[in-house]
Design a protein around this ligand. Structure first.
Ligand code: FES
Length: 163
């Protein structure tokens, strides 16, 4: 069920485009749903499809193309480590494997306490800063040595009173 507040946010995005091109607001609507619920469910894809007058599969194609859209619930902190080729050549996998070891989870999993989700990411456009990662789709972290990865995780745990 979409709330009136969500409908109002959708309407503001749709109003930015010509009336016959409201599908252009699909990414914004997906972002709104993710901000409000933390992830994009098939049910919400259907609601957006209906709202924008487009096939549900077309909405799903957008959700699955961009890896910032979460297709399942994630932990409070989503850690995306770039493992595209340039980063692979400069310790991208080493950073990913270090986080797997530190968090006790595999790539794609969430820690049992719901604090961290670990994922791979496509190129973040900062290959020269490798290893690079993104925290919660917003905070870019560069030159992530094992020591810096430990500081990041320990700092986030401390901030949550878990240290
Ligand atoms: S390949 Fe990792 S930032 Fe470009």
């Amino acid at each position: 069920m979409m709330t009136e507040a969500t409908k109002a946010r959708f309407a503001r995005e749709v109003a930015k485009y010509p009336a016959d091109q409201k599908q252009s607001a699909v990414m914004a609507c997906l972002s709104i749903v993710q901000q409000e619920e933390g992830w994009v469910s098939a049910e919400n894809e259907a609601i957006i499809a209906d709202y924008l007058g487009m096939p549900q599969i077309a909405v799903h194609e957008v959700t699955t193309f961009y890896n910032m859209y979460n297709q399942q619930p994630t932990g409070k902190y989503k850690l995306n480590v770039c493992t595209n080729l340039p980063c692979q050549l400069r310790d991208g996998y080493k950073a990913l494997h270090h986080l797997e070891s530190k968090l006790g989870i595999k790539m794609g999993e969430t820690t049992a306490d719901g604090m961290f989700t670990l994922q791979q990411s496509e190129c973040l456009g900062a290959c020269a800063d490798s290893p690079v990662m993104l925290v919660n789709d917003r905070c870019m972290c560069s030159f992530m040595t094992n020591e810096k990865l430990d500081e990041l995780v320990d700092g986030l745990r401390a901030a949550e009173g878990q240290a």
